[in-house]
Design a protein around this ligand. Structure first.
Ligand code: NAD
Length: 346
């Protein structure tokens, strides 16, 4: 079987810690042909470290030598690079969030539709063992029709102090667009991807601006901290389902928390840790998972799904229209917070 020839664009933390190691493990189906980064020293160093043969300072120069690209640049460049790659006839695997705005997401989808190539977004929480098991449970009708999702992705004092995570111009926002988006995506998937129709949200950045505050993940410029570090939201869907959502990089809570639960008509499922809550035989019963099969590292099944989709052997799990719905909600939460009103989505 022919191998997929992969190029990596943007070779920072996520490329070096997740995508390149995953492709190296999947060397029977993929080969990393080239990398590109605006910082050529970063690209050359990574090429040496991971034994990658070709380095390009302009990402466009790699297009004729690869079948697919993995885009790991700051969010601002996701749409532009994805569209250029799709128009050059390449498959695209783009880091999350899909783009800065829903309009950019739509342009990416249009380019993918025109090219007929695969466009995937790296919402890796879907590939966690708990998440895949929860999806199987819901698909097997163990909880009936999902009605309510509750998601909390909260860190006590973990603003990323490296890279450009607190740069609004390059990232588009803070805790919501960077971290909470994973829990929006996972919730939508488990709810069966209903269409969001109304969003109410509030975004704060009070705590990170306070002089003398502590942070466990390095330092950042508190005086010019313009992105959100704590967000709450309530989302309604076209099928009557609803979602309660909270995310934060820096909140006054006892400890970090990552939880998601879905209540259905006949039962519920909790994730992290996984548990099914049901009424059975006249009793209220909860079942915990003792062992869940699969990879501990979600980066591996995520990469496999992209490669196999490009090779035509598997259905893509994170579809671009689903990732765009996340960006629509993110955008609506920011707009709702600014206007102090709920936002209706068409
Ligand atoms: N899935 C996840 O959980 C997860 C985790 C971390 C980061 N990310 C996403 O990955 C992306 C990158 O994050 P990171 O942590 O690797 O950041 P990073 O700052 O470590 O790396 C980004 C790299 O992109 C390069 N770059 C910047 N602009 C470029 C351009 N126009 N063309 C080519 N290269 C360019 C930079 O020089 C840098 O080496 C972001 O979109 C972020 O949201 C996702």
């Amino acid at each position: 079987m022919a191998k997929l020839r992969m190029g990596i664009i943007g070779v920072g933390g996520i490329a070096q810690n997740r995508h390149i190691p995953a492709y190296k493990k999947l060397s029977e189906t993929v080969t990393i042909e080239a990398i590109s980064d605006i910082n050529t020293l970063t690209a050359r160093t990574a090429a040496g470290k991971f034994d990658i043969p070709n380095v390009y300072s302009d990402y466009r120069d790699m297009f004729e030598h690869v079948d697919a690209v993995t885009i790991c640049t700051p969010n601002k460049f996701h749409a532009e690079i994805s569209i250029a790659a799709l128009q050059a006839g390449l498959h695209v695997f783009c880091e999350k969030p899909m783009a800065m705005t829903p309009e950019e997401c739509q342009s990416m989808i249009d380019a993918a539709d025109e090219s007929g190539k695969v466009l995937a977004i790296a919402y890796h929480y879907r590939f966690m063992k708990d998440s895949r098991a929860a999806k199987r449970i819901i698909t097997a009708n163990e909880i009936g029709e999902p009605i309510v999702a509750r998601a909390r992705a909260i860190r006590r004092r973990k603003v990323p102090g490296w890279g450009v995570f607190t740069n609004k111009e390059l990232q588009g926002g803070g805790s919501l667009i960077d971290y909470g988006c994973h829990f929006l995506d996972l919730s939508l998937w488990l709810l069966g991807n209903p269409k969001p129709v109304e969003v109410t949200g509030t975004a704060y950045n009070k705590l990170s601006r306070m002089p003398g505050e502590v942070n466990m993940w390095g330092e950042f410029d508190r005086e010019h901290f313009e992105v959100d570090d704590h967000v709450t939201a309530y989302i309604k869907f076209d099928n009557g389902a609803s979602m309660l959502f909270e995310t934060s990089w820096s909140a006054n809570v006892k400890s970090d928390e990552e939880t998601l639960s879905i209540s259905g008509e006949t039962g519920g499922v909790d994730l992290f840790p996984l548990q099914i809550n049901q009424m059975k035989h006249g009793m209220l019963m909860n079942s915990e998972a003792d062992w869940i099969p699969g990879e501990d590292d979600p980066g591996l099944p995520q990469a496999e799904n992209f490669i196999n989709s490009c090779l035509g052997n598997e259905e893509l799990i994170v579809k671009p229209r689903e990732a765009m719905a996340v960006s629509q909600i993110v955008d609506a939460i920011y707009k709702s917070s600014e206007t102090r009103r709920s936002i209706t989505l068409n």
